[in-house]
Design a protein around this ligand. Sequence first.
Ligand SMILES: [Mn+2]
Length: 327
Amino acid sequence: MTGSIDLLLKRLLGEEKFLLTTHRTPDPDGLGAELGLLHFLKSKGKDALIMNSEPVPVKMRFLDPENQASDMKSLKDRAIIDGRLIVCVDNSDLKRIDDLQAYVREDQSNLVIIDHHDGMHADNQVMFAFPTTGSSCEIVYELMTLGGVEPTEPVARSLYAGIVSDTGNFKYKKTNSRTHEIAAHLMRFGINPAEVAERLFENSPLARLLLKKKLYAGMVIEQGRLAYFKIRKSDVIELGLSLDDLDGVVNELIESDDIQAGILFTEREAQQTKVSVRSRGSISMLASVVKYGGGGHKNACGATIPMDLETAIADFIPEALRCLDSV
Ligand SMILES: [Mn+2]
């Protein structure tokens, strides 16, 4: 079952106080959807705020010029959270909202999830899932349109950035004519697409190039069809980077025609390895990450494995190859 924008609109307008959140390490789609939804709810006279588990990465701060996205790490008075409907966008895995999980009632009556990842079941009460939509920002745009609210220029920019980023510059499979219509409409609010692309993708520090040098030096290709690389936390920190600076690197692995799937293993803690998986076309890698409690899309998914880096790699690679065999 696919989520319904009508029912989502009804569900939201029936409440007064909101807390908007997304997954940890917020990305442009999660942040854009939050900012769009915040603008929408405030336009409807609602009391709404954004509260993420982590601060907005420096690179994405241009999307939130008024610093409307606050985070649990710098929150002083937690009483502000009480009595609000928690709306989680771009994420249906509650583990990924960290401390905020504690505020979700056991019966989830104070929770709404708005997401576009694969494999979720919409009930249009708690879970509003739109798995055929390329980005959460498109869902929020449709909601705003149905509710009769126009974006401001910064809101249009953040929605546009989320769409560009989550559709892989309009090239991933969920991109359709509606995606382009929405992007075209958002551009009329004064967005400069070249500038957005440059800020999102091209203003990376030299250290990121050095990090990539390290990644590629250790790249492994299995059976001529699966490529992977790994990075240790200390390597990232030594270069003065954060784990967010690795965003998008894994996509490069499947740029080669012969490589069907690419994986980045990131050591987050001594016994915690993040695995990010990308695949081409009809190849779904979801089964490989679901085993570890992960999720995502068929062509872009991930999980956090409670093992050290090398053990996680040894454990995961056979799972990934099994996925490729089943195609
Ligand atoms: Mn997304």
